[in-house]
Design a protein around this ligand. Structure first.
Ligand code: PHE
Length: 478
């Protein structure tokens, strides 16, 4: 979610995008983060969202629990660290957003900016479908239906009905659109300063409760202890895609944020803080949801592996334990906070897409926002209907929503990350970026950074990608 409170002067720039302000409106001052903590909070704000609370737990449950967790943490401190440093340094060095940063350093690589720009365009519609589901749950709890939400068929009944999910999806996108159009981000940012800590506190509270529920020990073991027999290339691909998604990497967003960072602030330590924040919330959400899902399903692999529905199925059952009044209040509070996190993340996603449209087509902010709004609605409809009337449409066993999710997170983002490494390692040279990072103090992990960017990251990402594509085409199975 977005929290540029201290920080990005969007009003001045019309958008989060640097080029817009630099080329189209040369006289306007480019905004910037006023302090390091402002930068860290804003970047962490973009990173923390549904990815942490909804997506991480269901992937961890699906891909074997502890082994996914271990893989994720290893990737976060290696690939995640290096790529986030690289993107932020790239942004700060060029002072531009993705679509132009690559072009500025090398004209032939402009296409990479375009590739990065495509990713949020794919994510926003289906992100909003899930946002709509959260809205439905919030509404259900507020209107006193919390106990029914804990029923076995509530979730499936809801997502497979044709109109209801669409209605909530439309409302969600419309709210995001209005905020982006009128630019009230600043108000949202102020509020999020209070609501984000509230979400963390509530998550900790619910986690403590689920951990003390009878029978939760098995679930905790499943989540925390790696079972190496469950390890496969797919685990790595899923964890890598989740890493990019959760940290808002490989889609140009961190490049834009970096472009607003002050020259005297330290990049390396900022990245450590953002990582700890983002990974911490993901791990905590897993701890809240997976043992609960495990307990209620008796460890049934079908429930654990069900995918996008996990949070919606497991948590209402936990809340129901508090009775209809207590559980109702708890559920309403929890889904209100998740809804808020989802809305602010979607706002930052739409803001990014709108700025891309403004830059590419030189349209006004109003027209661009309208185009993005209608486009998001149209693109989101198939994802929503894919769980009901269009459930027969499936690509490789995936629902339409899963397919978009797979396309962006498991294909396009790894490709964008791979090309970014090649670009930095072999086209502009690591030196160019490490100089930017070393502007104000030593870069402790410089050697590690160089080796990772030039060799380890590109080779590993390429290997993972090729194996998974061969697998998808049935050449061999992993
Ligand atoms: N990182 C966000 C999440 O975890 C998703 C997101 C990506 C939000 C890009 C904004 C921009 O939910």
């Amino acid at each position: 979610m977005e929290e540029n409170n201290t920080a990005v002067d969007m009003q001045d720039n019309q958008s989060l995008d640097g080029q817009n302000s630099q080329e189209n409106q040369p006289k306007k001052k480019r905004g910037g983060f006023t302090s390091k903590i402002g930068f860290v909070l804003a970047a962490a704000g973009s990173a923390v969202g549904l990815g942490n609370i909804w997506r991480f737990p269901y992937l961890a449950a699906k891909y074997g629990g502890g082994i996914f967790l271990l893989t994720y943490i290893i990737l976060a401190v290696t690939f995640g660290f290096v790529l986030m440093i690289a993107e932020i340094a790239l942004g700060r060095k060029t002072g531009m957003s993705a679509i132009n940063a690559f072009k500025k350093l090398n004209k032939k690589w402009a296409f990479l900016g375009v590739l990065c720009a495509m990713i949020p365009i794919i994510i926003l519609p289906y992100y909003s479908v899930i946002g709509g589901w959260v809205g439905k749950y919030f509404f259900t709890y507020v209107s006193g239906g919390g106990m029914s939400a804990a029923g076995d068929n509530f979730f499936n009944g809801f997502i497979s009905s044709p109109w209801q999910p669409l209605l909530f999806f439309f409302i969600f996108v419309s709210v995001v659109f209005v905020v982006v159009l009128f630019g009230v981000e600043k108000g949202v940012e102020k509020v999020s300063k209070f609501l984000m800590p509230a979400l963390v506190a509530l998550t900790i509270g619910v986690t403590i409760y689920t951990l003390t529920m009878p029978g939760s020990a098995e679930g905790i073991k499943y989540y925390l202890l790696p079972d190496f027999k469950k390890f496969s290339v797919k685990t790595v691909l899923a964890a890598l895609g989740q890493l990019f998604y959760s940290m808002s990497l490989a889609m140009g967003i961190m490049i834009t944020y970096g472009s607003y960072m002050k020259k005297q602030d330290k990049i390396e330590s900022s990245v450590h803080q953002i990582e700890v924040f983002d990974t911490g919330i993901a791990l905590l959400s897993g701890l809240m949801i997976i043992p609960a899902a495990y307990t209620f399903s008796g460890g049934n692999p079908e429930t654990l592996g069900q995918g996008p529905g996990l949070m919606f199925v497991a948590l209402p059952k936990v809340f129901a334990k508090f009775g209809s009044v207590g559980g109702g209040i708890l559920g309403a509070l929890f889904f209100a906070l998740v809804l808020f996190a989802a809305l602010t993340s979607a706002i930052s996603l739409m803001e990014t897409v709108v700025s891309i449209v403004i830059d590419k087509f030189h349209l006004s902010r109003k027209k661009s926002s309208l185009i993005v709004y209608v486009g998001t609605l149209l693109l989101g409809i198939p994802s929503s209907l894919g769980f009901g009337v269009w459930s027969a449409v499936s690509v490789g066993g995936m629902t339409i929503l899963d397919m978009f999710d797979f396309l962006s997170n498991s294909i396009l983002m790894p490709i964008a990350a791979l090309l970014t490494c090649v670009f930095i390692g072999y086209v502009v040279g690591c030196r160019n970026l490490t100089d930017e990072i070393e502007r104000n103090g030593p870069f402790k992990f410089k050697k590690f950074f160089n080796v990772m960017i030039k060799y380890v990251c590109p080779i590993c990402i390429a290997a993972i990608l090729v194996t998974s594509i061969l697998d998808a085409f049935g050449v061999f199975s992993i």
